[in-house]
Design a binder for this molecule. Structure first.
Ligand code: AHR
Length: 320
């Protein structure tokens, strides 16, 4: 065969075309993601993790912020169905009330992946997989820390006030249950007041002010379902002329930088880790689900407990 300029150009064209065609054929995965809101430092880190991971993986992410309202999440899911996304992922603001919209997704053959928070549904086939923390265990860990601490003052009663997360949300229900389960066998540990602070600093402060008004100095421990509420409450404690971390022990959950800073300042005693860095695992899971590969129904995240004593050492390494 004689090679001419023309055959060489033709060969170059074919080579270029064969590189381009598969790239066109493999269209990027499209995920519709409905986020709870932007209520906490944790949530901001979670949103960043999901968006960064999608970008890195070349996945098209349709992101919707529900502003802590279930009706907004239902609307977003319906819009993802109408847009025929490949996978729907969401972090449900509350546990119940999802059957109808999830059945619509199933009828449209769009797989659903839950992230961070669970749903309570009678038909488990309405979602493919759930990736997130074990919130009950987080509550247990918080209580176990207190049980150990209480051993230093045998026989003393500890009056606990509890700042719950969003009413009806999985972390609020589970963190309460886990904590309660452990303190049940310790009669000196008593929850004297418990109210929601909706996972926000502002509400955490407001409710703590009300607790302080009602209880006076008869509060020994604050158990907050997240760091943001604890940080808000710390402000209320200081404004009441008390020392958070000393006059009132402060226990919270998440492990955000703000909590580590509060621990370094001696105002918070312990934070139980709940990792928001779920983005990379979520993208891998969504890819598998979209490809019809078998996936685990429940994927849990490994986490630790950080008492104030290790805060200064750990703070520089915190990623959120
Ligand atoms: O669902 C996880 C919880 O939601 C985090 O603990 C809290 O900070 C967030 O708002």
């Amino acid at each position: 065969m004689t090679f001419t300029r023309r055959t060489l150009l033709g060969g170059a064209f074919l080579a270029a075309a064969s590189a381009i065609i598969p790239a066109l054929a493999a269209k990027p995965l499209v995920i519709g993601f409905s986020q709870v809101g932007a209520e906490s430092e944790w949530r901001t880190a979670n949103t960043r993790s999901v968006k960064d991971a999608a970008k890195k993986e070349g996945i098209t992410l349709k992101f919707a912020d529900a502003q802590q309202r279930q009706e907004n999440q239902v609307k977003a899911i319906r819009s993802f169905i109408a847009q025929r996304v490949d996978v729907i992922a969401f972090s449900p603001v509350v546990e119940s009330g999802w059957e109808t919209v999830l059945r619509e997704a199933k009828a449209a053959r769009i797989p659903v992946v839950l992230t961070d928070r669970a749903v309570s549904v009678s038909d488990p086939t309405l979602y493919a997989s759930f990736i997130g923390s074990d919130f009950v265990e987080e509550g247990r860990r918080a209580a176990r820390w207190l049980v150990e601490r209480a051993k230093k003052a045998p026989g003393r009663t500890f009056n606990i006030v509890e700042l719950q997360g969003t009413v009806g949300s999985a972390p609020a229900i589970d963190r309460k249950a886990g904590f309660q389960e452990v303190i049940a066998s310790h009669p000196t540990l008593k929850i004297v007041r418990s109210q929601t602070g909706d996972f926000t600093r502002a509400k955490g402060k407001e409710v703590m002010e009300a607790f302080l008004k009602a209880q006076g100095k008869n509060i020994d421990v604050l158990y907050a379902h997240n760091d943001d509420m604890a940080i808000g409450a710390i402000q209320a404690i200081e404004e009441a002329g008390l020392k958070p971390g000393k006059d009132i022990l402060v226990i919270s959950i998440d492990g955000v930088k703000g909590a580590f800073q509060a621990m370094v300042a001696g105002k918070l005693n312990v934070t139980v880790e709940c990792s928001p860095l779920l983005g990379p695992q979520l993208m891998a899971l969504a890819r598998d689900v979209a490809a019809g590969k078998p996936v685990a129904k429940r994927i849990t995240v490994q986490e630790g407990v950080f008492p104030a004593e290790v805060a200064a050492r750990e703070l520089p390494h915190r990623k959120y």
